[in-house]
Design a protein around this ligand. Structure first.
Ligand code: SF4
Length: 85
């Protein structure tokens, strides 16, 4: 499942720099590209943007339900040299 940012976003920039997939775009509100978000699977145990958000406005996107395996495959495709098989 990809994450998404709600209208409560204050554009504080806290999430922007921690995303390992460059999935977050600045704006009002900031947005997450679900094709790039892996819920941090492949890198971290928990979504880093969720941990960093002071407003707690990063939530699961019900329109992008994906299994751990699918998220890992997405990460591998985004970073082909990070996890050579
Ligand atoms: Fe980026 Fe991880 Fe947040 Fe997805 S969950 S937008 S990969 S920091």
């Amino acid at each position: 499942m990809a994450m998404k940012i709600t209208e409560d976003c204050t554009a504080c920039d806290a999430c922007f720099t921690v995303c390992p997939n460059d999935a977050i775009a600045t704006g009002d509100p900031y947005t997450i590209n679900p094709k790039l978000c892996t819920e941090c699977v492949g890198v971290e145990e928990e979504p880093q943007c969720v941990l960093e958000c002071y407003e707690e406005c990063v939530v699961e996107d019900p329109d992008w339900v994906e299994s751990e395996e699918v998220l890992q495959a997405k990460y591998d495709s985004l970073h082909p040299t990070a996890n050579p098989h």
